[in-house]
Design a protein around this ligand. Sequence first.
Ligand code: DGY
Length: 327
Amino acid sequence: MTLPKVYVTRRIQDSGMKLLDGRVEYEVWEEDRPVERSELLRKAAAADGLLATLSDRIDDELLSLCPGLKVVSNYAVGYDNIDVRAATDRGVVVTNTPDVLTAATADIAFTLMLASARRLVEGNEFLRSGEWVTWQPNLLLGADVSGAVLGIYGMGKIGQAVARRARGFDMEILYVNRSPREEAERELGARRVAFEELLARSDFISIHCPLSDETRGLFNESTLRSMKKTAYLINTSRGPVVDQRALYRACSEGWIAGAGLDVFDIEPVPLDEPLLTLKNVTTIPHLGSATVRTRESMARLAVENLLAALEGRRPSAVVNPEVLDGR
Ligand code: DGY
């Protein structure tokens, strides 16, 4: 029996890799950097399945070269690296890893909120550089998170998990979402508002929407100028939802108090990015789902999705179910 051929674009946790043994014939890009485009095109062309990460651009060009490709399993919940329409048109199933990273991502959003408000990174640098000579009544005063107004843009699973954490901090929760989230309103006292109200009233805005044509550049000069001067913007979704040039001006010219960022327009963010010069901007390298347990769960789920699609079963997280339903 010939086994399906799979290309894995990055070595993921053993909890996932070992599930491939004996079920598929696979090759892995072993280097600790994204696979080169030419190599990806070459390997994908001969594959039945791809296990991809958000560093891989799975576009129409690539898909057009892969006559045998049945599935692209993304090791991420977000899938803006994949042209899903092109995959659907070609009958390629696309899967992702929702749910397993909800808590970890909500935790990192909250971490960035607390770190920004309480000037954690500034404090760390102040201490280590030997500037701390005495306790001072006015040393590195920050903003209160407890009791503040939290605006959540995108009340999906991660947004709701952030709201649950915010309840423990006695925060008032506002949200923007296409459809109402009645359970979150009932259980967490969250209130759905217009985007304008979210901007005008929130002390913290946390972004939890996918990147799409609708959300690209949503936080721009006009919307950032509509935020409170004392407010913080937290982004753990995708960099391009925020216009980085406008955010630099917002944080350096005092339109808002600061920002906490896990994601950037270009990743890794170039070291000459002006935002990196600002003390009121806390930055981390796309760590939203980066816990041992979460990444192991993502690895298992990504491989299970891949195997299910290759073995004719329905994967548990399908982005384009119309491909399966139309069969
Ligand atoms: C995702 O899953 O989309 C995160 O950005 C990376 O884990």
